[in-house]
Design a protein around this ligand. Structure first.
Ligand SMILES: [Zn+2]
Ligand SMILES: [Zn+2]
Length: 368
């Protein structure tokens, strides 16, 4: 057993502010050695994502106690039996949806989430089953097969993608969720052509990554939309051509052939549908609460030949797509660093959740 420090969510649905109620406890946790097909990683950096907050506030029901964090990168410290293609000392990005590579869903090349991978994520276990985390002999659940808000993690081989040493830890971490989800939606589903416009509704880490990825294309116009003017200013800083509040975008009659919704709220999806041009596609990547509903006129979809497409994890295959994003970053066309709004310590995690809930952060990066 290795004693590690990690951010363990003890209670779901605690009252705000979390800085006071402190639902997440930064504490000592025992980490079992990697089993067959697994590896141990020393975490270097982890991003705080809205999907972490969704566990804290109960929008996404998961078992507790759970060691949170699903967007992280680190250095391989130990490999279990059967992990022959990774070496100790190599930098890896965590991919929060492991792919078994054998189920019917895996055969769709990213269009549908791996079935055993999704089941393990819901159960709070690793892909191979069970937990490697415990406290006082009692199991602690894994978050999406990663549990990256910790000094170390044991993960399944299918939960990591190696990256070259020149990719800094903060960049590598963000590739695993924000970039793969927002950027993947643009690359894999939107696939903009020169002269087209991409509109992005919701400018958190995922939305901003969609903006950056759209801007990495030649001759693509990018429209960024958010309720908060600070986010619009930030998007302008990244190079977005036009920025609007949702109301202003509707009033201005903005229409785009590719619209990415990255909020996970029914109102944002309605806005995204409204802004979609005839023949265009509304791509939804946000994760709303399970009981959320929208009201739309089906006629518009038929008469205007529009479509609404759901995209989990940007319809990405991490092992295929992370190297594509690394190449864009290395060419200077995808400044992933610019998504980091602050660097914090693990002990700041409850305050970080407040900042996320208030919408005043793009990506807060925990460094170790
Ligand atoms: Zn995430
Ligand atoms: Zn699978």
């Amino acid at each position: 057993m290795l004693q590690i420090r990690g951010a363990v969510l003890e209670h779901i649905g605690s009252p705000r502010p979390y800085a006071t109620s402190r639902p997440i406890n930064v504490t000592d946790v025992d980490l079992a050695p990697p089993g067959a097909g697994e590896l141990q990683v020393r975490i270097e950096a982890a991003g705080v994502c809205h999907s972490d907050l969704s566990v804290v506030d109960g929008n996404r029901v998961r078992p507790v106690p759970m060691l949170l964090g699903h967007e992280a990168a680190g250095i391989v410290e130990r490999v279990g039996d059967g992990v022959g293609d990774l070496r100790v000392g190599q930098r890896v990005v965590m991919a929060f949806l492991p792919r078994c590579g054998q189920c019917a869903a895996c055969a769709t090349d990213g269009l549908t989430p791996c079935e055993p991978g999704s089941a393990a994520n819901t159960a709070g276990t690793l892909l191979g089953g069970g937990m490697r985390l415990s406290r006082d002999g009692q199991p602690v659940y894994h978050h999406l097969g990663v549990s990256g808000f910790a000094t170390h993690a044991v993960v399944h081989r299918a939960s990591v993608v190696p990256v070259p040493d020149d990719v800094p830890p903060g960049v590598a971490a963000l590739l695993g969720c924000a970039v793969l989800t927002g950027g993947g939606a643009v690359l894999n589903v939107g696939a903009p052509r020169p002269g087209q416009t991409v509109a992005v509704v919701g400018l958190g880490g995922v939305g901003m990554a969609a903006v950056l990825t759209a801007l990495a294309h030649n001759d693509v116009r990018v429209v960024a939309i958010d309720q908060l003017t600070d986010k619009l200013t930030a998007a302008q800083g990244l190079g977005a051509h036009e920025t609007y509040t949702p109301q202003a975008a509707t009033e201005a009659g903005v229409k785009a052939p590719i619209v990415v919704e990255a909020v996970g709220h029914p109102c944002a999806l309605q806005t995204a549908i409204e802004l979609t041009a005839p023949g265009g596609r509304t791509i939804t990547v946000g994760l709303p609460p399970p009981d959320a509903r929208i009201s739309v006129s089906p006629l518009g979809f038929v008469a205007e030949g529009r479509s609404l497409i759901g995209s989990y994890l940007g319809s990405a295959v991490p092992a295929r797509d992370i190297p594509r994003f690394v190449e864009l970053w290395r060419a200077g066309r995808l400044p992933v660093e610019s998504l980091v709004s602050s660097r914090i310590g693990l002990d700041d995690i409850n305050v970080a959740m407040d900042h996320l809930a208030d919408g005043i952060a793009v990506r807060q990066l925990i460094t170790f």
